[in-house]
Each structure stands twice: as C-alpha cells, then as structure tokens.
Write a protein that binds this ligand. Structure first.
Ligand code: HEM
Ligand SMILES: *[C@@H]1O[C@H](CO)[C@@H](O)[C@H](O)[C@H]1NC(C)=O
Ligand SMILES: *[C@@H]1O[C@H](CO)[C@@H](O)[C@H](O)[C@H]1NC(C)=O
Length: 494
C-alpha cells in the first residue's frame, strides 16, 4: 500500500509539473518556436531521440513535423533544420543572425568561449579573420602550404612502400600524415612517424575523439545542466584536452624564446607577432589563451576530418573498381607517372574532382553539423527564435537531399558531372557547412584531399581483401561524427 501511495504522489507531482511547464511554455519567450513533439519535464524529448543514431531519429521527426522543428534536449529547446532549402535560408540568407556558435557542454570547461571554434562576437571575428589570413598563406615564411602537403605526401608514399603490398589497416598511416600537415603549419615542423612525442599527441587526439563520439557524451551534451554536478565521461575529456593544451602551451613558450619578428616560421609565430602589434590595444583578443586554444582547435578540426574522409574514400574506390580505374587513367593522362601532382592539376581533372566531391558527400563527416545559435531575436519562416536558441543545421540531410541528388544513397560521381564529362557544381554540396561559420580550413582540406589522393593513386592500386560487392560501407559509428568502418587493404605498386 505504501508503495502505491508513493507512486500516486510521484505521479501527482509529475503531472502538475507537466501542466505548469506547458502553461509556462505558452507564455514564455519560447512560445513561437517551430512545432515539435511535446517535451516531458527534465527529460525533454529523450524518448524520441535514439542515442547513437541521432540523425535517423531527427529525420523521423522531420517526416512528422516538416523541415524545421523543435526538440528539447533536457529543458533546452533546439531548432533543427533539414534539407538544403531550410539550411540555406538560415545560414546564408540570414547569415548574420545565425552566425553564433551554440553550446557544446562536453568541452565547455576547457574552452570557455576562447579559441576560434567556440568564440562568439568580436573575439570570434578577430580570431577568424586572422586565422584565415594565415591559412591563405600570407606571412608564413617562405614555404607555401602546398609545399608542406607535397612533402608530407612523399613521406606517406614511403611508409606505404614499406608495407610491401601486404594487408594493413590504413588508419594510422593517414592520421599521422594529415596531422603532420597541421603540425607543419602551426609548429613549423613535421614529426617523424615514430616520434614518441608525436605519437602521444595522436594518442590524446584519438582518445578524446572516441570519448566525444560515444553515446554517453551525447547524453551528457543534452542533459549537462543536471549531469555536470556528477563525475562522468566529461571529466575524462576535460583531462585529455587539458594535457593537449599544456603540450601546445609548451611549444608556444619555445617559439616565444626563439622568435624573429622579421621571419615568422609558422602560425604560432604569426600570432605572437600580432600580439606584439596589438599590445597597446585594450580590446585586443590576441593573447596566449586565444593562441593556445585556437591552435588546439586547428588540430581537432583539421586531423580526423581529412583522414577519415581519405579512409572512407579508399573504401568507396575499392567497392567501385571501375571508378578507381577511371581516376588512374585521368592521372596518367594529365599528370603522367613521374611528375609530383600539384593543386593546379585539379582544374584539368574533372572526373577526379567529382569523385572527391562524391566521397565527401557520402562520408558526411559531421552529419548533425556543428551547433549554431542566433545572436539576436530572429524571425525565421514565421517563427520567433529568441536570442541564444541553439540551432542544428543537419548537414547530412542536405548532402542526401533528394531534390538535389538523383540517387542520394548511392556512390555516383555523376552527381557532379554534366553530360559532357565536365565538372558540375551542386549547391547542396555542404560538407563544410555554409554561411559565416563555414569551415575555416576548407581550402586546406580540399588541397590535402586532392594531393594525397592523386599522389597515392599515381603510384598504387588499391586491393581489397574481399570481393568488392561484399564491402560494407555503412559507418561504424554515427554520433557527432560519422566514423568509417575498420578495414584492411593492400597497396600494389603500379
Ligand atoms: C574534410 C575536411 C573537413 C570538413 C568536412 C570540415 C567541416 C567543418 C564543418 C561542418 C564545420 C562547422 C561549420 C559551422 O559551424 O557551420 C567546420 C568548422 C571549422 N573547421 Fe573544418 N572541416 C574540415 C577540415 C578542416 C581543416 C583541415 C581545418 C584546419 C585548418 C578546419 C578548421 C575548422 C575551423 C577552425 C572551424 C570553425 C570555424 C568557425 O567557428 O568560425 N577544418 N569544419
Ligand atoms: C584509436 O585507437 C584505437 C586503438 O589503438 C583504434 O582501434 C581506433 O581506430 C583509433 N581511432 C581513431 C579515430 O584513430
Ligand atoms: C585573454 O583574454 C581573455 C578575454 O578576452 C581573458 O579571459 C584571458 O584570461 C586572457 N588571457 C591571458 C593569458 O591574458
């Protein structure tokens, strides 16, 4: 009897909460949000979102509520945008309003709004403009970014030759090479593939990525206002990122000690020179906090994205050998077997360009996008989004928009070719997102994908260990990021 009494009281309280909340919502500033499933107190729409398969759950809600809807993660409303039209109307047509960075609770304690990815307002503007300038090759000494990538591609070739056409897992080969490109840009040097310090840096990156992609972390992201008072996976992420921050801070000290303002060697030198220039400006955002955390951002945003895309790319090429064959032929025709590929070759290689676009489209590296927020009260499609409302542009739903891709689920380079075999742009191609927050490393990433892929395919043919039709290309994990399946292959010299 006592149990029944307790349950009745609990239900009573719970139902009154429901009533209070639904009344409150009608009168609150959130009263004109897009439609969506009714949230429950504390847990929000937990019952409608399947952890570990967030994209699918959200796409199911789109079928019910249309391309723009609201879901509650805990007590926080999130406005979700699906398909090319809705995402473009927000991020491009109302670019300024939608340019804020939304909350990412799992890493909040490490960054606290510093560093270009998590900054907002004037801080973000200054850090973004500066980082873009440096990445576009202004003022970073004598060696261009392209040279740095070409050098690294040669080291990667050598490592591949050492596999002697035996089966191996390409994961670490690719992530070391890609990470070294960022190292060369920010630290001014690449690391030997066996260097202990380098391997521990990669280990930290690997672990934090794994932690951030677990269903637990996603759960934490949704219910952080409550869970932050308890120990959990976020404590682990915090410590790993803290170790990486210390590593970078140490490198910054080394640069400071050896800085020659007249010949900057790398990104850190350029930043230090800017700090010096703005020493007297009280509103300058150029200090060591932003330097270290922006550098950490570049590592994170620039390593796993490019290397996972390449890893997925190999897999698609093995599943569709006729596509690989055509790329080989185009490389032989335009570059030949001996000259090292250069980024200007891309213009003469529409087929390879289309293949890389199609690889990026299906790899869909950040299917849910990176959270945005509106920086002021915003009218959108007749709804009112109060300042600070989080917005998820579902990039995965744009990349598979049936209106823009004839066979969205299939690997088909034809999505990016016209009837004469010329490269054809597609406005729903948004793996880098769009608008003011568009990926800051887009140019670098595209150059890396092209140079690494052509350099490898100029020398090697990919050989799977199973029949092409048996290759499974569905992601191993799909959370914040899509993680490609693990596999082995042989690289056969050609
Ligand atoms: C295939 C490779 C890559 C993909 C698919 C990719 C994708 C993205 C996406 C979807 C965003 C979020 C944009 C938004 O907020 O709407 C982003 C942001 C960002 N990416 Fe990339 N990225 C890639 C490579 C890189 C590289 C190589 C770098 C390093 C330089 C980089 C640096 C950044 C930075 C700093 C931001 C934050 C920009 C800001 O908040 O203003 N990314 N990227
Ligand atoms: C991280 O390392 C583990 C084991 O060392 C490996 O299985 C996994 O694929 C790595 N993950 C990434 C993203 O490199
Ligand atoms: C850098 O500036 C930010 C505010 O813009 C401040 O929070 C931070 O403590 C500063 N860091 C240093 C090392 O001065």
């Amino acid at each position: 009897m006592e149990l029944a009494g307790a349950i009745t009281i609990f239900l009573g309280i719970y139902l009154s909460c429901l009533l209070v909340i639904s009344t409150w919502r009608k009168h609150s500033r959130y009263k004109n949000l897009p439609p969506g499933p009714t949230p429950l107190p504390l847990i929000g729409n937990f019952l409608q979102i399947k952890m570990g398969d967030t994209l699918k759950s959200l796409e199911r809600l789109r079928d019910q509520y249309g391309p723009v809807f609201t879901v509650y993660f805990g007590s926080k409303p999130i406005v979700v945008l699906c398909g090319h039209e809705a995402v473009k109307e927000a991020l491009v047509d109302q670019a300024e309003e939608f340019s804020g960075r939304g909350a990412m609770p799992t890493v909040e304690k490490n960054f606290q709004g510093h560093g270009v990815v998590f900054a907002n307002g004037e801080r973000w503007r200054q850090l973004r403009r500066f980082s873009l300038t440096v990445l576009r090759n202004f003022g970073m000494g004598k060696r261009s970014i392209e040279e740095r990538i070409r050098e690294e591609a040669q080291y990667l070739l050598e490592a591949f030759r050492n596999t002697k056409a035996e089966p191996f897992d390409p994961t670490y080969f690719l992530s070391r090479a890609v990470s070294n490109v960022i190292c060369s840009i920010v630290f001014g040097n690449r690391f030997d593939y066996e260097d202990k310090e380098f391997l521990s840096l990669l280990q930290m990156m690997n672990e934090s990525f794994r932690e951030i992609s677990t269903p637990w972390s996603q759960f934490y992201d949704m219910y952080s206002s409550f869970l932050k008072y308890f120990p959990g996976p976020h404590t682990k992420i915090y410590h790993i990122l803290e170790d990486m921050r210390k590593f970078i801070a140490k490198r910054v000290k080394q640069n400071q000690a050896t800085l020659d303002s007249s010949s900057p060697r790398d990104f850190i030198d350029c930043f230090l020179i800017q700090m010096e220039k703005e020493k007297k400006n009280p509103s300058s955002e150029f200090n060591t906090t932003n330097l270290v955390l922006t550098t950490l951002n570049l590592f994170f945003a620039g390593t796993e994205t490019v290397s996972s895309t390449l890893r997925y790319g190999f897999l698609f090429l093995m599943k569709y050998p006729e596509v690989e064959e055509k790329v080989h032929r185009e490389i032989d025709h335009v570059i030949g077997r001996h000259r090292v590929p250069a980024s200007e070759d891309r213009m003469k290689m529409p087929y390879t360009d289309a293949v890389i676009h199609e690889i990026q489209r299906l790899t869909d590296i950040v299917p849910l996008g990176v959270p945005h927020t509106v920086i002021r009260d915003t009218q959108f499609r007749g709804y009112t989004l109060p300042k600070g409302t989080n917005v998820f542009p579902l990039l995965g739903s744009v990349l598979r928009d049936t209106k823009y891709f004839s066979s969205p689920e299939e690997f088909n380079p034809g999505h990016f070719l016209d009837e004469n075999g010329r490269f054809k742009k597609n406005e729903a191609f948004v793996p880098f997102s769009s608008g003011r927050r568009v990926c800051l490393g887009e140019g670098l990433a595209r150059m890396e994908l092209f140079l690494f892929l052509t350099t490898i395919l100029q020398r090697f043919a990919l050989q799977p260990l199973v029949a092409p039709k048996d290759i499974d290309v569905s992601p191993r994990m799909s959370g914040f990021g899509n993680v490609p399946p693990t596999y082995q292959l042989c690289l056969v010299p050609r």
